[in-house]
Design a protein around this ligand. Structure first.
Ligand SMILES: [Zn+2]
Length: 276
């Protein structure tokens, strides 16, 4: 794989995020742990910076290379100037520091959510047996709106709501969607809580903030977020039209899960948030 193709793929994802209204100003960030083929595209790159200590240790990611979006950069500009808005980094052999191999011109750094991304990558590398390589954080308006619309949102009633409002959901995220109460963006507390949730989930909602989605590649992570966001949009459209009068039932969800052979976490089925 050529490096330009890899960069174009990241730019396509960030452009799609912007187009959907998920990445206002410098909102949202993306990271991809390079697989064998993608690593071949960056062979020969020399360190462009000193080793920079990480705020968290990620020993299981020792020596791994990643593409990251840059801190303070606008995702809509990646396609215009990738060398400025994204970069390739490499972790040292202890997983305690990184250096820049390419990009982040000039004097830029990876996203301020670097710790959350790296801890998430460490978790999903292990929990998916090296299948998952992509982490996307973004500001999906309808999912965020749900965190303001309900005072009693939980992992189970949010999962239930989304599963019942769009037939794709139980297939796309059969292990549910985690709901995390508000924590400071960029904090190690939020980074650890997100990584813990990703041991079982592929999606994590941050209250009053946004979502983290993971997948084998950027397409899969983006697609999972999109399906969850669409279910939230459908719910809000119904609410605006007078409320939900009927939704997918437990039996219908079971039938869908059986049809697509999904190992779904049925124990998450719950009532609606708000007690309705
Ligand atoms: Zn954010």
């Amino acid at each position: 794989m050529k490096r330009e193709i890899l960069i174009r793929h990241v730019a396509k994802t960030t452009r799609d995020m912007w187009d959907r209204g998920w990445a206002e100003a410098n909102g949202g960030n993306v990271s991809l742990r390079l697989n064998e083929e993608q690593n071949a595209a960056v062979v020969g790159l020399q360190g462009q910076s000193e080793w920079i200590p990480l705020s968290v240790a990620a020993p299981t990611l020792q020596g791994e290379r990643f593409i990251f979006t840059g801190t303070g950069r606008y995702l809509r500009n990646v396609e215009l100037a990738p060398e400025r808005n994204i970069g390739i980094i490499e972790l040292n052999l202890c997983g305690t520091a990184f250096r820049i191999l390419w990009g982040f011109e000039s004097n830029g750094r990876p996203t301020s959510e670097l710790a959350a991304h790296l801890l998430s990558h460490a978790t999903i590398k292990e929990s998916t047996n090296n299948y998952a390589h992509a982490v996307i954080h973004t500001h999906t308006p309808s999912l965020i709106a749900l965190t303001y619309a309900f005072a009693d949102l939980s992992t189970s009633n949010l999962t239930s709501l989304l599963w019942r409002m769009h037939a794709e959901c139980v297939v796309v995220f059969p292990r549910g969607i985690e709901f995390l109460p508000w924590m400071m963006a960029g904090s190690n507390t939020l980074a650890h809580a997100t990584a813990d949730a990703l041991r079982t989930r592929t999606l994590v909602v941050w209250e009053h903030h946004g979502i983290v989605g993971t997948g084998r590649n950027l397409d899969e992570a983006f697609g999972r977020i999109y399906v969850a966001e669409k279910a939230a949009e459908i719910y809000l459209a119904c609410a605006a039209a007078g409320g939900v009068k009927k939704a997918l039932t437990d039996d219908q969800l079971q039938a869908i899960a059986d049809n697509f052979k999904c190992n779904w976490e049925k124990s998450l089925l719950a009532g609606w948030p708000g007690g309705a």
